[in-house]
Design a protein around this ligand. Structure first.
Ligand code: MLT
Length: 427
């Protein structure tokens, strides 16, 4: 559907076309603006600017709605599996039984890394952040598949996408093992996606690994909840790098780097670091709730509110319901988690939080659950990247399929006007 918008610029009125999305959202197409008026739209951070139309994910921030390819996140979280959600995001539909069986077999075939690539993990210090390792190794994958990198070749793209979905858990687990000085555990192709990841992270070569199926299911659900989130910072990064026709491995490596930022995927790690600060200072939650309300305190509560959701983040609602079950099942009595529970209670009752819609977000709960599962804090954002991978790939494929131009925004220059060069002797 389409419509019209009228804009007056310095006394000049122009009519712009609009596009109306399948959920009634309206986008004003500003492409003619500069040619007709010499003015451009200016929206730092693109917070009110659409970069594309997309069929992948729908978010209604005002009503706390999140859907992948039209399916509600709470249905997918309870009825689907992460690998099925990968298929859904990448192919646009839920697979038939035979399609899923074939997809799963293909993914399983690609879980190993080239033996020479393992040496790359030795190049990093033990305390290297795993996001640095993962983004480096993902980009390095392109050097092992140099004949299958053409972003305009559907077969190359399909194979690269399967290689990434299959190998990122191996890369993540290898980075974790190297950081612990432990022997690498190879993929076990008998296990499902999340179970294989857990075994590669927590098994030892000297012992039989007993996989807790409930924990595996929980990790699988966490991956589903993180699988895509429309045009977030890292997805936009992947799209823009891909718009230069950089290969998929390079584009995903850039997305991992964007997600690493504490304002984005690093927020779940910042939540636990915040809880530790409160714990180290006597676990006085009321003190820190008061500090959070004092702009001059310099203290900011991490894990609350969201730039898009002006209601409860539906992913947080699902995780919030899971947290108690997990902590009870694992018989966890962790002081940080007790602090988190008190903060949650404040957020759901204090007018300061409720009036500002500062509900706990997905990062608040995911950090708590990862900690309860024994996943170290610096691996939290890696877990986010593992979940977001299919979304990144789907967004990358879509911008190529739509034939979008290279991402190259304009600016409004506010610097010095023309001035002559002055020789150093005269300055
Ligand atoms: C995400 O899932 O990417 C985060 O909630 C951030 C966002 O959507 O901007």
């Amino acid at each position: 559907m389409s419509g019209k918008a009228t804009l007056s610029v310095n006394g000049q009125t122009i009519e712009l076309d609009t596009v109306v999305g399948s959920e009634g959202e309206v986008g004003i197409i500003t492409k003619p603006l500069r040619g007709a008026t010499k003015a451009i739209s200016l929206d730092p951070g693109f917070v009110n600017t659409g970069s594309c139309t997309s069929d992948i994910t729908y978010i209604d921030g005002e009503n706390g709605v999140l859907r992948y390819r039209g399916y509600a996140i709470d249905e997918l979280a309870t009825k689907s599996s992460f690998l099925e959600v990968c298929y859904l995001l990448l192919e646009g539909k839920l697979p038939s039984a035979s399609e899923f069986s074939d997809y799963k077999e293909q993914i399983t075939r690609h879980t190993l890394l080239h033996e020479d690539l393992k040496k790359m993990f030795d190049a990093f210090p033990a305390n290297a952040h795993p996001m640095a390792v993962c983004s480096s190794v993902v980009c390095a994958l392109s050097t092992y598949y140099q004949n299958n990198l053409d972003p305009l070749n559907p077969e190359h793209v399909d194979l690269s996408a399967k290689r990434l979905v299959a190998k990122l858990p191996t890369i993540a687990a290898f980075s974790y093992k190297k950081s612990r000085g432990q022997a690498l555990i190879y993929p076990d192709n008998e296990l499902d996606y999340a179970g294989n990841l857990l075994k590669m992270m927590f098994a030892y070569r000297t012992e039989k690994y007993e996989l807790d199926e409930d924990v595996a299911k929980l990790v699988d659900t966490l991956l589903i909840l993180h699988a895509d989130h429309e045009q977030n910072c890292s997805a936009t990064t992947v799209r823009v790098v891909g718009s230069a026709h950089a290969n998929l491995f390079a584009s995903i490596s850039a997305g991992i780097c964007a997600l690493w930022g504490p304002r984005h995927g690093g927020a779940n790690q910042s939540v636990l670091e915040m809880l530790q600060v409160i714990a180290d200072d006597g676990a006085d939650v009321d003190k820190y709730v008061a500090l959070a309300q004092d702009r001059d305190s310099g203290f900011r509560l991490m894990g609350f509110g969201h730039r898009v959701y002006k209601n409860y983040d539906p992913r947080a609602r699902i995780l919030g319901e899971m947290v108690e079950k997990v902590l009870t099942k694992l018989d966890i009595n962790d002081p940080l988690l007790n602090i988190a529970r008190k903060l949650e209670a404040h957020a759901l009752s204090d007018s300061y939080f409720v009036d500002r819609k500062l509900y706990p977000n997905v990062d608040f709960y995911s950090g708590i659950i990862y900690r309860a599962l024994g996943i170290p804090t610096n691996m939290f954002t890696v877990m986010f990247a593992l979940g977001r991978l299919p979304g990144w790939i789907a967004q990358w494929k879509e911008q190529l399929a739509h034939g979008l131009p290279i991402g190259r925004p304009r600016q409004i220059y506010t610097g010095e006007n023309l001035r002559p060069y002055v020789p150093m002797s005269e300055r």
